[in-house]
Design a protein around this ligand. Structure first.
Ligand code: GAP
Length: 546
């Protein structure tokens, strides 16, 4: 069963054990920004390297049993601003927001009712006046609330500001339609409305109860200026996705490398979104890292590759050690598709803050030919593809010259698996977090050894009698191959406890017996069992297990 406090415990562990700190903490932090500490950066790099290896250096074998073509790229965060006009981000990448003129707070239009239900103090208090809910209004009871708790919690709610007027027209309205009991949201809207005839029903502010303004788009792209002059002509944007870098370089890659359709271009890098409500630790941040691959293919083959990447990406997440039961696919409904997408499926994870539900981890989108066509139109550069192999095939099939010409030149379709690197860090932390009352630390991080930030702790049992010298020598040898930590101080139990908390899979201890027979103990994180082996055999022993 999900433990409601688990997320708090993970956040606190991340701070205490050097994984993740709030950005600019000494100045009180900055909402939506995080710093990765000495262990956090190791964990993040391990995931990053595994994705790169699996996508670029050693990509999956294609459906026909042959290797596929894939190249990597690393493009600028700031591109020509026309990029974002062509991509659609300048016009559509915005959240509709509603502002409360009374208290100045803003809320995402589609989240107002959710915030009212889950976070609003006055709403929670008012609901108790309707419990059990009958659909009728109890005027004296509501008046009592308005003059007491309501005044303190929701000073700008119509019911509180002008209770007599609000309640009298509400009573008229409810009583004149005895057969149509209003729903709870309708009643709450009525209680937030003073002049129904003039304004219609109002949505109350979750903070102060005042009527929220109309929804207005709030742009999610961060803006800056390039050059000395800070005017509209010099405005630039921090990229909100890495993907556009791949589209902008499509022609360069075709012209300068040996890839042929179908092929992929992969990129890992920072993206920035001025998220309205950054939340759930690093899940939704304003600066984050993405791992995105754009797979360019013939339009007739897009459906096949969509299914291929869907299966491959799920396989990769499972390979990180994420339990099958904590991962699932979710197809996007038509009305939630991004402006560029024909079809999207999310890989979702059961986060502690969504459980028993799931939340987004990676999106796999069929972008059709949207991006290349848009950039072709806006840049005036040809971004179609001449498919020589297809031309030869069509000729061999005896097709007419016109047909061969028309069909062998096309704008490729794109399948895009887009995942968050920083979100992957969160998933591995949640997945690894294991409470265990049997051990002094009370918990350990059960990372798959490959992803553990530190692979080996190397300790002399005591910091004397020749043990530190032997331990240090072993440390210098082993660190050539694995990330090791040498720690000669504190009681051995405390050192093991710390290694458990950071998820180190093996700890080697040099003790009194080492001095006489050259053996060391190797402690296993998950079982706490220790093997004693000859020091010379340590590298081979570890190679088998890491
Ligand atoms: N190029 C397509 C694209 O960017 P997206 O679904 O908006 O699609 C892809 O983002 C992935 O990037 C998400 O599945 C998520 O893992 C990560 N991501 C998006 N916004 C994020 C944020 N504000 N903080 C952390 N990760 C985010």
């Amino acid at each position: 069963m999900p433990d409601a406090n688990v997320m708090e415990k993970i956040v606190s562990l991340c701070k205490r054990r050097a994984f993740i700190y709030p950005a600019s903490e000494i100045y009180g932090g900055i909402n939506g920004f995080w710093d990765y500490g000495p262990l956090g950066v190791l964990l993040k790099n391990n995931i990053r390297d595994d994705w790169w290896r699996n996508m670029v250096e050693c990509p999956p074998i294609g459906p026909d049993g042959h290797p596929i073509d894939m190249v990597g790229i690393d493009t600028a965060i700031i591109q020509n601003p026309k990029t974002w006009v062509a991509s659609g981000h300048a016009a559509t990448f915005a959240d509709p927001m509603r502002k409360c003129p009374a208290c100045g707070n803003s809320f995402r239009a589609d989240q107002v009712w959710d915030i009212l239900a889950k976070q609003s103090r006055w709403f929670d208090s008012l609901l108790q006046e309707f419990t059990p809910f009958t659909g009728r209004i109890d005027t004296p009871r509501l008046l009592h609330w308005a003059q007491g708790k309501g005044k303190r919690l929701a000073p700008n709610l119509a019911l509180v500001r002008n209770p007599q007027v609000t309640l009298s027209w509400l009573a008229d309205r409810v009583n004149s339609y005895p057969d149509q009991s209003p729903t709870l949201p309708q009643l709450v809207e009525y209680l937030a409305t003073e002049q129904y005839a003039a304004t219609g029903p109002q949505t109350p502010c979750p903070e102060c109860g005042g009527p929220l303004g109309e929804a207005r788009p709030f742009k999610l792209m961060f803006e800056s200026y390039a050059g000395l002059v800070q005017d509209e002509d010099h405005k630039v944007y921090l990229r909100p996705e890495t993907a556009q870098g791949q589209f902008l370089n499509f022609k360069n890659i075709i012209d300068t490398t040996r890839v042929k359709i179908p092929f992929g271009v992969a990129q890992i890098g920072k993206s920035f979104r001025n998220e309205v409500t950054p939340r759930n630790f690093i899940f939704r941040s304003r600066e984050f890292e993405q791992m995105e691959m754009e797979w360019f293919c013939h339009p007739d083959e897009a459906a096949k590759w969509y299914e291929f990447w869907k299966a491959e990406r799920m396989k990769w997440w499972r390979g990180l050690g994420v339990a099958e039961a904590n991962l699932k696919f979710r197809d996007h409904e038509k009305d939630e598709l991004s402006h560029y997408s024909k079809m999207t499926v999310d890989i979702e994870y059961k986060y502690p803050f969504t459980a028993p539900d799931f939340g987004e981890l990676e999106g796999i989108a069929h972008r059709g030919c949207f991006d290349l066509t848009q950039h072709q139109t806006h840049s005036g550069q040809k971004l179609d593809y001449f498919d020589q192999e297809l031309q030869l095939k069509l000729k061999a099939e005896g097709k007419s010259e016109e047909e061969v010409k028309a069909r062998s030149r096309y704008v490729p379709n794109v399948i895009e698996p887009a995942s968050g690197l920083t979100r992957a860090v969160l998933v591995l932390l949640c997945e690894a977090y294991t409470e265990d009352a049997q051990r002094p630390s009370g918990l350990f991080l059960k990372f798959k050894p490959k992803f553990a930030p530190i692979k080996l702790g190397i300790f002399p049992l005591v910091n004397k009698d020749g043990m530190p010298e032997m331990a240090e020598k072993l440390y210098l040898d082993l660190r050539q191959k694995w990330t090791c930590e040498y720690d000669p101080k504190q009681a051995i139990g405390k050192r093991y406890a710390r290694m458990d908390e950071i998820g180190t899979p093996f700890c080697i201890c040099i003790d009194g017996q080492t001095l006489t027979d050259q053996t060391v103990t190797i402690r296993h994180r998950d079982t706490m069992q220790q093997d004693r082996i000859v020091m010379d055999r340590v590298p081979a022993y570890l190679s088998e297990r890491l």
